[in-house]
Design a protein. Sequence first.
Lengths: 340, 267
Amino acid sequence: MKSRVMITAASVVVCLLLILASIAIGTESIDLRAAFDQWRTGATKGNASELNIIVNLRLPRTLLALLAGGGLALAGCAFQALLRNPLATPYTLGIDSFAALGAYMATVFGAGTAMNLAGFSLVQVAAFLFAAFDVLIIYAMATRARRMSPLVLLLAGVTLGLLANSGILFLRYLAKPEQLINMDRWLMGGVDLIGYEPVLTLLIGVTPCAIILLMQASRYDQLGFGEELAAGRGVDVRRLQVTTFLVCSIMTGVIVSKVGPIGFVGLVVPHAVRTITGSRHRVLMPMSMVAGGAFLCLCDIIARKAMTGETPIGIITSIVGAPFFLYLLVRRRFADWDNA
Amino acid sequence: MNPLIEMSGCSFAYEPGKTVLERVSARLAPGELLGIVGPNGCGKSTLLRLLAGVLRPISGHVRIADKEAASLSQLQRARTVGFLPQTVNPIFAMRVLDAVCLGRFPHVGAFGTLSPHDRAVADRCLTETETESLRDRDFLSLSGGERQRVLLASVLAQEPRALLLDEPTSSLDVHHQIEIFALLRDLRSAERGIAVVTHDINLAGRFCDRIVLLGQSARGVVAEGSPVDVLTEPLLSKAYGAQIRVCQHPLTGTPLITVDAPAESKR
Ligand SMILES: Nc1ncnc2c1ncn2[C@@H]1O[C@H](COP(=O)(O)OP(=O)(O)O)[C@@H](O)[C@H]1O
Ligand SMILES: [Mg+2]
């Protein structure tokens, strides 16, 4: 028990260091102390280059990675607990694929429409709506069926995801070459957005959702022993399902529409954190948020440093996340999920 | 003494037109160990879910501690009624003590913060079920019999006055089955009543104070009363739709049930 607290504390420190590093490291490495001195002495714009880079470029980017990574990891935690399945994440439920389909549709059919809805472009609005549509179909299936098992819902999500991917291929076939470049860039995800506007959007979208999900922590614990036992203990299972689907789809929809489909965060991070904190959601969920944010910061550092120019972050999350997940599979074997 | 749970004229169907229980009345009183028996698929689990308040009847009333069940919040209900379903399959590795503490859910706030009192209750429930020695083990590493005891402890941790258990012995060997029933008999007290669904009529006859016998085609209760009154050849044969024989247990004197094998088919 003591050692678990220590390891948890150590992981938090590592995460904080990663977040700091993502501010310092970039195409140009920055002396954090110089920036701090500039801030303290109140240096003028002209001779405060370090501070300028940090405030205008690095900080928003780091905050964006924190919010996106934290939100996706939290949604992964919630879906895994609700559907009692280790593979349940926004990505495997098809949310990302549908968002991408929406973005492609907007690019191909809405080309030239300069729309701006509360800071969202047409592409982003379409991505959000399609993500919500995906969750709506899955949820409608869950409520219509007399008794739909979580596994069936997950398979439905996977199928919808595959369907969306075919739709994307078809749109690519229709698209003009110059549209293809934009589309592909969006599909790879990225937190390389400039300024504080996207940060603010994510903050408004993610914060209330995260608070609502964190408040369900002890109910997710109860679901670990089965829906019926949880119901017997006084958990309103149906309400928990509605809340989780609704809140997770809004949160992921907002995130994906801004930073693109970023896989693996929702899958790898909760499982990795679970090996450290155990499965009590009161600890697991906030820790997953921190670790998810730090993981995306790490991937963003690699994205900036791996090659000359920038590698899209979606590629990095997969390249880092997949081997790590395989390692977890081999080491832990997920024997505890066998009953799911 | 007022009953802990009283169910009157309840009907239930999972699908329209397929009535599982029709105008069934039943009650659970404090201090008794009630056995609910009957053939497979006759609605024993359904009856228990209705008594527990996790299912709502289509018509009829369920009263829990003298209050209409429908008027109670889920948490209020869970503070009076403890329900252990037939299948419980945990997905997370979890320490036994933590699993038992999960039973405190209806008593603790939204954040699940356990007070020293909650921990003391969990400890007491481990003692009551003789599972203190398993305290720090992983729940998933336990044997079937140990799991049932720990689950029992976790439901006891709700401090329910009515304890409803669905086939708690179905996956256990004979020895552990008897141990669980003996434990249940000890756990009933002046305030606490226990209802247990079982398909083992012999065990029910030996340990229970009262029996509710459900029938296959009856869509409800065939007979209800003390074991010797209910576990008779005509009533059991009616409930099971088979020729059932009842003799006396040579050691305990309680009813002992066997079924005639179907006449040998001529091949
Ligand atoms: N969740 C459910 N959905 C639909 N039908 C059910 C459900 N649970 C039980 N049934 C049906 O209700 C009837 C009674 O089942 P049950 O109460 O589980 O019987 P028992 O516990 O006596 O074996 C059976 O015909 C069964 O198929
Ligand atoms: Mg049953």
